[in-house]
Design a protein around this ligand. Sequence first.
Ligand code: CA
Length: 263
Amino acid sequence: MIFCIPEFLSYPIFNNMISNAIKNYLKDKPFHAVDLKAVLFDMDGVLYDSMSNHAAAWVKTMSGLGVPFSAEEAYLHEGRTGEGTINIAFQRAFGRSVTKEEAAKIYGIKSACFNDCPQAEVMPGIVELLKKVKAAGLQPMLVTGSGQKSLLDRLNMHFPDTFKRELMITADDVIHGKPHPEPYLKALQKGRFKPEEAIVVENAPLGVESAHRAGIFTVAVNTGPLNDRVLFDAGADLLFADMPSFCDNWEALWSALKTTRKE
Ligand code: CA
């Protein structure tokens, strides 16, 4: 069953759709309701409109190495660690794994290309959404596969008093990147939350898969060029076309999460 929120729906139908998405999520879970305490945010493509820069940086870096790599592939691999992405491209192009040293060097080139791109803008709608999340008394947390220091440093400037460093999960905190559930499981562990006490906001298929495998209700916001189907196939429980739509409908989701029980 697919729970995508088209803009033209009237409120009763819309609320019913959210409630059904939650019931569907609860079906195979050992708990009867969501008791929301934290909202776990991915970074690239969620907090920042940075994915077109990442895609351009990957394409430029790989083409410099003679490795075929498309922008769409960058979106499909989004959330994977840099080494994981480079390894897949290496296997395909050269029939061998990349070494740790090679991967570190190539990721350095990619990071330099990314830093040469125009600064990524804050995602439209996210500041307003974070205000609502904080006003509801919920804990926002960052869970990213990125180790990109330039973006991590900017977080506090763009989202002051929002993401606590001691609650962040970045590339340095995990062995297995997304789509492995480790990043989201570690986030739950760091925040001392149970899966039913959090929801995830993700834009990429591998990120959605990671959150879904961690057993957390996952809201996909399709801020990139991929088809909605890819995000649902990865395990999204609910999908919004963009961040302003999610922000506009936050109250409906928050209310449904508080009232919906397993059938
Ligand atoms: Ca992302």
